[in-house]
Design a protein around this ligand. Sequence first.
Ligand code: PA5
Length: 399
Amino acid sequence: MGVGVSFDFAGYTKEHIEEVVEKEELPLLINPKDMPFIRFVGEEELLEIERTAEKLREYFSTLVVVGMGGSSLGSMALHDALCYKAKRELLFLDNVDPLLISRTLKKLDLGKTLFVFVSKSGRTLETVAILNVVLEKLRNEVPNFEKHLLFIGDLGKSFERLASRVGSPFLPVPEEVGGRFSVFTSVALFPAAFVGYDIRTFIGGAQRAVKEAEVGLKLGACKFLHYLEGRINSVLVPYSNYLREFTEWYAQLWGESLGKDGKGQTPVKAIGTPSRHSVFQLFMDGPDDKVYQFFLIKRYPEDLVLPRKTEILPFLAGKRLSEVMEAEFKGALRALRERGRPLIVFEIPELSEFELGYLFMTYMIATVGMARLMKVNPYGQPAVEIGKKFALEELRKGE
Ligand code: PA5
């Protein structure tokens, strides 16, 4: 059973959405030129990632990934969802926040820790700053410090050169695959393989999503139709704490790819059920300027049954927590539907590699489809680069 997506409550008929997909010839986008991320890693590269991960797993119990934006968000989202089956510890340093770096470095057992530095450009300020702090610490505190390092980046850029200078392994990322579209490259595949996730099944889920690309394209088309009607916000509400990082990944993908030329649809992150006790008031009674995407997990990896006799609410007796969750989910859908809010509903059989591969890929396809309809280029982030340049200028003052 695969991931089910329903546009039934989205305020448009299926036929209407399909018409946009057909008329704008969105299926023609499914090729490696328009979507470089659908060219998956080859067998040789996959074996290299798996062998490197297997070898390093023998020596290290903790992996710390250092990277910004697309160089860590996909990996974080995957780990967040699958952490219940991780065989090694995986941590992320995705901010130059001094307290975060200092506290993390203090608590690590450096002798058992591998650091993976991820940067396609090899020049990202935060990543390079943390890299230098870590390098200094390792040089001073562990023998053969270079064995505690692995670099991931574009071929021919500074990370490859640094890896060869210090004698550490290096894994390449295809240059044509941009950061926020890189979750099916070594960027996320290596950390996933290291902690023991099945990266072949993860890729298998993505390949299914490419085969069923009309789902992603319809998702993009449906959201575009709402955008035209003034729904300039796009809410994602997974009913799982373990998809919180997926909402972060989605926010970057949707925001950084489409927010251009005065256009864009603001990604809004929520979580079922806590958000129902906070922002749902706004979703129900606020402006009708949002389209909603709901994720329900059909089978949780672990579940609990309430006692036969319960306090306060007797009808809870013998119910599973997953049933309470589903009732909450249905209640929220019904309430929003009664208000006429447009809903797109994903039913996800379980939190596993295949389903996650499918979701990541479906959203990347939707992004490129939406970009075509909005007439913006989904790749590149010219406005982000301005802030990066100014930050560097700040640091170079008085040089
Ligand atoms: O999506 C993107 O391209 C960006 O978010 C980058 O991933 C981010 O800026 C980090 O860049 P780099 O991998 O060059 O360090």
